[in-house]
Design a protein around this ligand. Structure first.
Ligand code: G6P
Length: 368
C-alpha cells in the first residue's frame, strides 16, 4: 500500500499532487488554437446540433455537483447559453421540463452514482440530448449516455474527490469554449481562452509549491470546530467545494456561503477566532467580498484569504493568505480549489483523521 501511494502519506495527498499531470491528460489534444476552440469528439455533435442547443442542464451529486455549478457560470458567461445545475436526486422527482434542444450533461467521477444514473435515464426518456463527463471508462453512466467526454484523471482512490473535480471543471470550460465559438466568442477570444486553459497544469503546479506553507497555516485552524467559506461569482462554487472538502475529511463543521448571504444568517455565529476562508481572488466582485471580510473581522473572525499573486493590498487584509496565479476568472476556480484541497488535507492530518476513508462516507453511492 505504501508503494501505491508513491511515497505520499495518503492517497488524497498523492492525488492532489498529481493534478498538474491529470489536468494535462484531460486537456491534451482537445484544444484547437487555429480555430480558437476545443475538439471534443466524444460529444458526437454536428455543428448544426451544437448551434441548436438552447439550454444546458448540468446534473450530479456531491463534488461533481459543485463542478456543475462552475459549469453553469461558464456556459452562460462564455457561451451565452442558458445553463442551470440540478441536483441529480431532485431532477428525477420534480418532473423536469426538458425540450429536445436541451443538452443534459451528467457529471460523475465513478459513473455509478445511483441518483445521477436515475436522472440520466429520466432525461433520455424525455428526449433530451444527454451526455456524460465521467472518469471511469465504461462505467454505467458513460455507457448509457453513449456520448460524452472522459476526464482521463487517472484512478481516484481517496474518497474525497480532488483531481476528478479539477478535471471536470477543465472539461466544462472546454465544452463552454466549443459552444461559445459561433455564439459569443470570436476566434481571437477563443484563442486567448484556449491558451489560458492550456496553462492550467502550470497554474496548479504553482499552488502546489506552497504545500509546506499551507501546512503551517493549517496548524492555526485545526483546533476550531466551525469554519465558513465565502465567495462570489465563480468563486461561490469554490467556497461550497472548499467547505465540503473540509467537513468530509476533518469533521469540522464547515459551511460554504455566498459572501453576500453572510449577513442573512451565518454572521450571527461568528465569535472571537471563528475561521473565515475568503475567496478574495482579484476578479470582478473582489471589493465586495473584501467588504464582507471586514464585517467578519469586526466580529473577531480570523481570516484566511485566497488571493491573487502580486495583489499585496488584498493579502494585507487577511490574517493568513495563500496565493494563486493571475488568470481568467473562470480558470481561477481550478487553482483556488487546489489551495483549499491542500488546506483541508493538512487540517485533517493535524487532527489525526482517517483521510482516505472518512467515517460514514463511500467513494461511490450506488443506492438512492
Ligand atoms: C460520493 C463521494 C464524493 C462524490 C460523490 C459523487 O459522495 O464521496 O466524493 O463527489 O459521491 O460521485 P460521482 O462518482 O458521481 O462523481
Amino acid at each position: 500500500a505504501a508503494a501505491e501511494k508513491g511515497g505520499y502519506e495518503h492517497f488524497m495527498l498523492k492525488e492532489i499532487h498529481e493534478q498538474p499531470d491529470s489536468l494535462a491528460n484531460a486537456i491534451r489534444g482537445r484544444l484547437d488554437f487555429d480555430l480558437g476552440s476545443a475538439v471534443l469528439s466524444g460529444m458526437g455533435t454536428s455543428p448544426r446540433e451544437l448551434a441548436e442547443i438552447s439550454r444546458v442542464v448540468l446534473i450530479g451529486c456531491g463534488t461533481s455537483l459543485h463542478a456543475g455549478l462552475v459549469g453553469e457560470y461558464a456556459f452562460e458567461d462564455l457561451a451565452d447559453i442558458h445553463a442551470e445545475v440540478q441536483q441529480a436526486a431532485e431532477f428525477r422527482y420534480r418532473n423536469p421540463i426538458i425540450a429536445n434542444r436541451d443538452l443534459v450533461v451528467a457529471i460523475s467521477q465513478s459513473g455509478e452514482t445511483a441518483d445521477t444514473l436515475a436522472a440520466v435515464r429520466e432525461a433520455i426518456q424525455k428526449g433530451a440530448f444527454v451526455m456524460s463527463l465521467c472518469n471511469v471508462v465504461g462505467s454505467t453512466i458513460a455507457r448509457e449516455t453513449g456520448r460524452g467526454v472522459y476526464l482521463h484523471a487517472g484512478p481516484e482512490i481517496s474518497v474525497a474527490s480532488t483531481k476528478a473535480f479539477t478535471c471536470q471543471v477543465a472539461v466544462l470550460l472546454m465544452m463552454a469554449l466549443k459552444l461559445g465559438r459561433g455564439r459569443r466568442f470570436s476566434r481571437e477570444d477563443g484563442y486567448k481562452l484556449a491558451r489560458e486553459i492550456e496553462s492550467i497544469p502550470e497554474l496548479v503546479a504553482r499552488v502546489i509549491t506552497q504545500d509546506a506553507r499551507i501546512a503551517r497555516i493549517a496548524e492555526d485552524y485545526a483546533k476550531n470546530e466551525h469554519a465558513f467559506f465565502i465567495g462570489r461569482g465563480p468563486m461561490y462554487p469554490v467556497a461550497l467545494e472548499g467547505a465540503l472538502k473540509l467537513k468530509e475529511i476533518s469533521y469540522i463543521h464547515a459551511e460554504g456561503y455566498h459572501a453576500a448571504e453572510l449577513k442573512h444568517g451565518p454572521i450571527a455565529l461568528l465569535e472571537q477566532g471563528t475561521p473565515i476562508i475568503a475567496l478574495a481572488v482579484d476578479i470582478p466582485g473582489k471589493d465586495k467580498t473584501l467588504g464582507n471580510v471586514e464585517e467578519c473581522r469586526a466580529r473577531g473572525a480570523r481570516i484566511l484569504g485566497i488571493v491573487t499573486e502580486g495583489d499585496h493590498e488584498t493579502a494585507e487584509c487577511m490574517d493568513d493568505y495563500i496565493t494563486i496565479p493571475r488568470c481568467h476568472p473562470l480558470v481561477a476556480t481550478i487553482p483556488a480549489v487546489v489551495a483549499l484541497q491542500l488546506f483541508s488535507y493538512h487540517v485533517a492530518r493535524i487532527r489525526g483523521c482517517e483521510i482516505d476513508q472518512p467515517r460514514n462516507l463511500a467513494k461511490s453511492v450506488t443506492v438512492e
